[in-house]
Structure formats: structure tokens, C-alpha cells
Design a protein around this ligand. Structure first.
Ligand code: 9YT
Length: 127
């Protein structure tokens, strides 16, 4: 049994800051849960290009409003509180945050905890 509080993560290597987001990684690969679970804050008024070539990600929005544009077909997916999107095709996308957003993000395979996006908005595949 594991219990984690957000305060346990803050200021540690599991609190990772991107240009316009902060990801607090509550469960990571070394926890052996088969996924990682993040509490992620996105800064309002920003756009992030993301392409998880090596991971599947489910994202549940618990606060805020924005939209996701899938680049293969230019579809626009409105995202607001209590909405989940699942990148089941490793979809290359842009996340446009109209307001500050708070997301619960689940990655398969799990991140190790300290990963940052590369120039493509990708996390590396690590064994
Ligand atoms: C919503 C989103 O994908 N933001 C980028 C950060 C990533 N989800 C993470 O590592 O939590």
C-alpha cells in the first residue's frame, strides 16, 4: 500500500517544470504500478505542442478550460472541467489553455519521474 500527498512531491525531482506547465509525478516507474500518475498545472493563455511517440496518455481535466487540436486532421476538441481525453493513437497535438488548467495525467508505460519534453514535445523511451 502506498499513500502519496502532493506536498511530498513539491520541490523534489518529481516536480518537473516545462515552459508553461508543471507536472507533479505522484506515481512513477519505480512504484511498479504499470503507469505513472501526474497532477499537472497548465498556464492559461498558452499553447503546447506535444507528441508522445512512445507513450499513451489519458488526461482528465479537473479545473479550467481549453482545447486540443489533433494535427493529423486538424480536429478541435473542447476540454473543460470533468472531461477526459485519451491519446490512444500517439496523437501529435496542440494543447491550447484558455485559462489555468489542472489535469490528472496517466502515462503508459510509466515515466521515471524527471522527464522533460524534447523539441518535438516527446518524452524519451527509457527501459
Ligand atoms: C497536458 C499535458 O500533456 N501537459 C504536459 C505535461 C505532461 N502531461 C506531464 O508530464 O504531466
Amino acid at each position: 500500500m502506498k499513500v502519496r500527498a502532493l506536498e511530498d512531491i513539491l520541490g523534489s525531482s518529481r516536480e518537473v517544470k516545462g515552459e508553461n506547465w508543471t507536472s507533479r509525478r505522484l506515481i512513477v516507474a519505480e512504484d511498479h504500478m504499470g503507469c505513472s500518475v501526474h497532477d499537472t498545472l497548465i498556464q492559461g493563455g498558452t499553447e503546447t505542442k506535444i507528441w508522445y511517440k512512445h507513450h499513451l496518455e489519458s488526461v482528465y481535466c479537473i479545473e479550467g478550460e481549453g482545447e486540443v487540436i489533433t494535427l493529423s486532421d486538424q480536429s478541435v476538441w473542447p476540454i473543460r472541467e470533468n472531461t477526459l481525453y485519451a491519446l490512444d493513437q500517439h496523437d501529435e497535438h496542440v494543447l491550447r489553455a484558455f485559462t489555468d488548467m489542472r489535469m490528472i495525467c496517466v502515462f503508459n508505460p510509466p515515466l521515471h519521474g524527471d522527464e522533460k519534453h524534447d523539441a518535438d514535445g516527446t518524452y524519451p523511451m527509457r527501459p
